[in-house]
Design a protein around this ligand. Structure first.
Ligand SMILES: [Zn+2]
Ligand SMILES: [Zn+2]
Length: 283
């Protein structure tokens, strides 16, 4: 059994409309902790999620970009989305939880130092890594990205940082630089091919790199029928969660932070997120 933190906030998007109701039967477990922020219909909770402070934002993103985003109506949601990832990392380092699932209104892997797009504003994993290094003395961290698209923002932020392992599984060519590794995924693949490719590459790089924690940018947009369709079935994501959990157990003391990335279908979110959570919780 692991102690699992769920970091939840809700914006007006469609895909998470069935949450937090679908967390019934999960939140009542003794080893599950909810850290939440504002959402409609929320009852007061002893756990609150604070937005990312500006001082931390400026350690990763440039001032002009932050100012532009701050004038957008998505600013609050972007801050809370990144806040979940930052808080999850901090609470793992304080030994309050072992692993975490972060609900996001906006993704993070298309957000670089001075650019953003594709539904991403601030790079939550990069902010969390900066915070872990500054506040907790961490050094070697890993991010693995199974969203169907290339994480151009994460790549740019860490391309000259060999202390961060970034393994991106996407349609781009296989390529590596300073522990930034792109693994080519064919635009049409099968469940078993995909799982084998991810498992092999993930474990191989983690075994050599030995990070202190693993961030998993989990997008389900590659599922058949979603906007990044590469031909994989919904159940593949649950098996993928088992691969990630096992890799975290084997190579980084079970410290796994799952960050929800791409995927638009509400039915898939409702079906898959509780399953992924159960893999994290174990037992
Ligand atoms: Zn995507
Ligand atoms: Zn990529």
């Amino acid at each position: 059994m692991k102690r699992t933190g769920i970091f939840f906030h809700y914006q007006n998007g469609e895909r998470l409309r069935d949450f937090p109701a679908l967390l019934d039967g999960i939140l009542d477990k003794d080893n599950v902790y909810l850290y939440d922020a504002y959402y409609p219909g929320k009852t007061p909770s002893s756990y609150e999620l604070d937005p990312v402070p500006i001082g931390l934002l400026t350690r990763v993103h440039d001032r002009r970009m932050i100012d532009t985003i701050s004038r957008s109506s998505d600013y609050k949601g972007a801050l809370y989305s990144a806040a979940g990832t930052v808080a999850a990392a901090a609470r793992i380092w304080r030994d309050e939880i072992d692993n975490a699932f972060v609900f996001t209104g906006y993704g993070d892997h298309h957000a670089g130092t001075s650019f953003y797009g594709g539904g991403c504003y601030f790079n939550g994993a990069a902010l969390a890594i900066s915070e872990l290094r500054q506040e907790f003395g961490a050094r070697k961290l890993a991010i693995a990205d199974t969203d169907a698209h290339h994480g151009d923002g994460t790549w740019q932020i860490f391309q000259d940082d060999p202390d961060t392992l970034y393994v991106c599984f996407c349609g781009g060519e296989s390529y590596s630089r300073n522990n930034n590794i792109n693994v080519h995924v064919p635009w049409r693949t099968t469940d078993n091919q995909y799982l084998e490719l991810v498992q092999l590459n993930l474990r191989q790089h983690l075994e050599v790199f030995r990070p202190e924690a693993l961030f998993w940018n989990w997008g389900y947009d590659g599922t058949t029928g979603d906007y990044g369709d590469i031909g994989i079935s919904p159940d593949t994501h649950v098996r993928l969660a088992e691969v990630f959990r096992q890799a975290a157990d084997d190579f980084c003391e079970s410290r796994l932070i799952v960050v929800l990335c791409g995927g638009s279908r509400r039915d898939l979110a409702s079906r898959l997120i509780p399953c992924v959570l159960r893999v994290l919780i174990g037992g």
